[in-house]
Design a protein around this ligand. Sequence first.
Ligand SMILES: [Zn+2]
Length: 380
Amino acid sequence: MKDIDIYNLASQVLGDITHDLNKSRYAELGGELTITWCTEKKFGAYASSLDEAGKPPKHCVTMYYELARQVWRDAEELCKFLRSIPQDSGVDKLYDFYGDRVKLPKCFNDEELVNNIFVAAITWVYFHEIGHLMQEHGVIRDEYWEGHSGAVKIADVYDFEASNHKRLVGREALVSHVTELAADFEATTLYVFELLRHINDPDFVEGEARTEVLSGLIYLMVCGLSLLFFRFNGSQPILPTEVIEGSHPNPLIRLELNVPQIFESLDMIGKFLDHGVDRKQLVWLCGKAALSATLYWSMTKTEKHEFDDRFLLKGLLSNSVVLQYLQPIVACWDEILPRVKEVRHFGSPLGLMTFTDSFKERIAGVITWGDGPEGKSTTS
Ligand SMILES: [Zn+2]
């Protein structure tokens, strides 16, 4: 596929979503969502809200063609890499944990595989930006940052190009991290609903094939999301720290939070709408996809070209540093959530970030010194 064809496909996919959202959401609010494309060579996207108090929402998402191009190339390379793993090699045997060594869903041809990873990843990025806009994060940040002006009329929420701006610290960094995670949460929820809508369309797939196709799409979605966060991370794994600084959370922690959200929400929705994939299958699919993406990234993009499990999902609760990082995040979200609910324009209640009580207890209970449960693992 030529670069120009990738750009055309990306504008068509996201143009269709924009059209649907205008029809289903923005029209009833009297507002409008627009998308623009930027040719600058940046791996990113950002959202702008031109809202005036009391007026309908005027939202714009700007996407960079470079992001679409890179996501497509990564998806192509990932599929090529997975096909090239020698049979019975050590790497091949890692898949035995998941019951079989199938690395790419068999219900799609080569082009469909790349296409599905690509569509999932760029759609998720687009939904992340829409997540910022749904909750008016420009307004939220302005109100909850210290010394806010209180008079912001035009709120720009910049995203992946945040490094151009001054490095955030303290309260500003905290609110920024919280709103990023909240936008991720909206994005993943929107994506899961979109996936289920798609899979229940009889023109797309019918009858017995449905469960197999859904499983394949979930797998490719997790591959796409992993590739995205590995790109944001770069070739060296950024190790977690409990310090909150800069505009965005550690990409690997974001991945750790989003993947369980995919299987948890599909598991929960599956109790009302039978999609045929049970909890165990969901967890395995997501874990296997994350393994595939980690193998690809660490064996082709890092200096040593060998499997590096620092890129691998380990489960949030297993890392005391991550738990410490999440303590102020959870408290800050509790503080701003009532305001977010007030300004939120639309969306299912499931799109509002939640931390379960047991998760909160686990975070609050982390003791990293002396004989506390995490006392010995803080150096890892
Ligand atoms: Zn963002």
